[in-house]
Design a protein. Structure first.
Length: 503
């Protein structure tokens, strides 16, 4: 989930300018490039520039961040001057707290919404505006199996598992560590609970420092006693379990801790809630580091017979066959585990739950589109029971997992680069490396011209007239260390890598 979907249209435009500049190595971009990349007019950009600095002042962040403009080679540019990078998050929260959709959803999550009349009075809006805003929010909530219901009292409806996962993500991304908004659940109590969590298969060492996990525990503690019986009486056989001494200790200590906080809640419900909380942490991927794949995913016929669990094995096998070298053991374990979580979410939520968001068309991730196409073909040929929108989510989840947990540079063809400079080859080398191409491409910067030359990078005009290289070898003219230059460089490397790739 991207929290900015709950901004108003104008706030979203402001934040898109900041986010665009923040994504660039030098935090600056020419005015024309900014207008083209965000599809904004000159008048809109100049107006928003003024308003963003006014917002920075209103949010009391002037010492931490400023949006400035200047000229470089006759071109106007915009740039961020940042003293504290977290200032961007504080500014985003400032915008969110001015957004009616965000405030309505926050109040509903925390049980502070009240009646329709209460809401329209609180936010000085009409009932028709309220219905329109709630309708827009519900469109954004649809993928998460959650919705706001407008009856006599405004309430949050949906699958309890999905509701808790969504609420924790929503609060972690908006408030994070900037402000703790629960009145009767302390941050210390959530940390105490997380320090109890233990497993033989999953690394829980840094769990109590995980913002998302802290909010998930807080949301779950808040909702104990508020859920319907269906949540605590069904799917008990799907709750995570392991027959190990440390997990049994956790179940006992976790139950005692919950009982000390919620003495009015019955024993059976608290036992369920304790095990459900561990399961939710698993579903939310708060245990990304694993010692080995939990045996839990293999011990029951429910998992063995599930179509997505079966599909996981065949998809991993397909990539093992396609790639020039087999996956490393660590890669195989991590991918298998993440695929198991995708299937596990589907079992508990009755749908493929979106947790990852990527662009499958980014030029600087040349493998992403290729991996997505392979995954897409595989899913289309293997899974016919899911609706079209669910299939698309499944493809993105699989693709993100494969992109994240496999070292794709290992499978990329070598790109041998020779540098030419009339000033300093060492300085040109430094500028090239500052764009971090080694994280996405298998590059070798050669001091002597290699036999298998892939690319010449030069800051000398008309290099082709002085350098004896085959016409098939491209020459990239390095202008300066700027975002536009880095973008052109990545496109060049992507094209070379794709032409040389053998899978």
């Amino acid at each position: 989930m991207k929290i900015e979907i709950f901004l108003s249209k104008k706030q979203e435009k402001k934040y898109s300018i900041l986010k665009k500049l923040l994504s660039l190595p030098d935090y600056q971009l020419s005015q024309n490039e900014l207008m083209n990349s965000l599809n904004m007019s000159y008048g809109t950009v100049t107006l928003l520039f003024t308003e963003i600095n006014q917002d920075i002042s209103s949010a009391k962040l002037e010492e931490d961040i400023q949006l400035v403009q200047g000229r470089n080679y006759g071109q106007k540019y915009y740039a961020l001057e940042i003293n504290r990078i977290v200032a961007i998050d504080h500014l985003l929260l400032y915008y969110l707290n001015e957004s009616i959709p965000f405030l309505i959803l926050k109040d509903t999550l925390l049980g502070n919404s009240g009646t329709i009349d209460d809401i329209v009075k609180k936010y000085y809006i009409s009932k028709s505006t309220l219905r329109r805003e709630v309708g827009a929010v519900n469109k954004q909530l649809a993928p998460y199996s959650v919705s706001i219901s407008i009856q006599k009292k405004i309430a949050l409806k949906g699958n309890e598992w999905a509701l808790r996962l969504f609420a924790s993500s929503f609060l972690a991304q908006s408030y994070g560590s900037k402000e703790w908004i629960f009145k009767f659940i302390s941050l210390e109590d959530t940390q105490k609970y997380l320090s109890i969590v233990a497993s033989q298969f999953i690394d829980t060492y840094d769990l109590k420092n995980d913002i998302s996990a802290l909010y998930l525990v807080a949301v779950s503690l808040f909702r104990i006693g508020l859920t319907n019986k269906e949540f605590t009486e069904t799917k008990k056989e799907l709750l995570y379990s392991e027959d190990t001494p440390d997990f049994k200790v956790f179940l006992d200590e976790g139950f005692k801790f919950l009982r000390s906080l919620k003495p009015q809640i019955g024993r059976e419900e608290l036992l369920f809630e304790n095990q459900a909380l561990f399961t939710l942490l698993l579903l939310n991927n708060n245990f990304p580091a694993i010692k080995k794949i939990p045996y839990f995913f293999y011990q029951d016929t429910i998992f063995q017979d599930d179509p997505l669990f079966k599909m996981n094995f065949y998809l991993i096998t397909q990539f093992d066959v396609l790639l020039p070298e087999p996956l490393l053991i660590k890669e195989h374990i991590n991918v298998s585990y993440q695929f198991s979580l995708i299937a596990y979410r589907h079992l508990l939520l009755n749908k493929v739950y979106p947790t990852n968001h990527i662009s499958v068309l980014k030029k600087d991730q040349s493998d992403t589109e290729k991996v997505y196409k392979i995954v897409s073909n595989f899913v289309d040929n293997s899974e016919r029971s899911l609706p079209t929108d669910q299939l698309e989510v499944l493809k993105l989840e699989y693709t993100q997992t494969l992109i994240t947990y496999i070292d794709w540079v290992r499978y990329k063809p070598a790109i041998n680069i020779y540098l030419v400079s009339d000033q300093s080859t060492e300085e040109l080398n430094e500028e090239v490396l500052k764009t971090n191409p080694q994280f996405n491409f298998n590059i070798n910067i050669c001091k002597k011209m290699p036999d298998q030359l892939s690319l010449v990078v030069s800051d000398v005009a008309s290099t082709e007239n002085i350098l004896d290289v085959p016409s098939s070898v491209p020459i990239f003219y390095w202008e300066s260390l700027s975002s536009s230059n880095a973008g052109r460089f990545y496109e060049e490397l992507s094209q070379i890598s794709e032409e040389k790739c053998d899978w």
